[in-house]
Design a protein around this ligand. Structure first.
Ligand code: SF4
Length: 253
């Protein structure tokens, strides 16, 4: 556990607070434990395979190499969290579903044709005297010509029309962190949705990143006010149906 007294912000914690301050409190202030979630675990498995795929030589980055990685990476995941063995009753079906997501990846990118410069890259910034901002980027590619592309894999489906901007916020925060630390404005942000084989792309501008920074500062200020007043209003939405804390949430009790 960190002894850093500063507020720690990441795109996911900011997302929690903006979606529902009560949820943010359960996760980031109270630090209540949450049991493993199978959708998230499937996401971890697919992310691990796509990460490790780039250990192979370019010519070997094929669908079969990736699919063949699944059983061993899953065994490692279960070894780290033994309760997963109980949660997955049909391992073949589980691996088949993960395999279908991995196969979809190959319809969207050609991993034999480029090098992944960084995978699981940690970016951080002393955002304000009392705020530390950080995040982990799935993949960051630097082209021979110097252009930077930031890529994030999602195992769900792409958002409906009109919600792309909200989805891109996470990548704009990564782009902001990279811009601040490396003094280079990323050229392309790319969200890869393996659930339905879609990609959302955006060419970030300095105005986009300044807007993301402004929005982060506003959220940080609101969180400090919530902490000060111990005020965490629940914000019921469709998310409640997936919220582990629903049984203790004041909005539902
Ligand atoms: S159940 Fe809904 S309102 Fe309550 S904490 Fe979860 S997301 Fe927020």
């Amino acid at each position: 556990m960190s002894n850093d007294p500063r507020l720690r912000l990441s795109p996911s914690s900011v997302g929690d607070y903006t979606n529902c301050p009560q949820l943010y409190k359960y996760r980031s202030i109270d630090k209540l434990p949450q049991p493993p979630n199978l959708d998230a675990e499937r996401g971890t498995l697919v992310h691990t395979v796509l990460h490790d795929l780039f250990e192979s030589l370019p010519a070997d980055r094929t669908v079969s190499t990736a699919v063949d990685l699944l059983p061993s990476r899953w065994r490692a995941q279960v070894a780290a969290k033994p309760e997963l063995a109980q949660m997955v009753s049909d391992e073949k079906e589980w691996l088949d579903r993960a395999s279908s997501l991995v196969k979809t990846y190959f319809t969207l990118e050609h991993p034999e044709s480029f090098e992944a410069t960084h995978r699981e890259m940690h970016l951080e910034d002393d955002f304000a005297p009392n705020v530390y901002l950080h995040g982990y980027v799935d993949r960051l590619d630097i082209a021979p010509t110097g252009e930077v592309r930031i890529v994030d894999y999602k195992t769900g489906k792409a958002p409906r029309a009109g919600w792309e901007e909200k989805a891109l916020f996470q990548l704009r925060v990564y782009a902001l962190l990279y811009w601040k630390s490396h003094k280079v404005l990323p050229r392309l942000l790319q969200l890869i949705y393996l659930g339905d084989g879609k990609i959302i792309k955006s060419n970030p501008t300095t105005a986009d990143l300044e807007f993301a920074e402004k929005s982060l500062r506003k959220t940080a200020k609101e969180i400090f006010i919530s902490i000060d007043k111990d005020y965490w209003p629940p914000k019921p939405s469709r998310l409640c149906d997936w919220c582990y804390f629903k049984s203790i949430c004041p909005a539902h009790n």
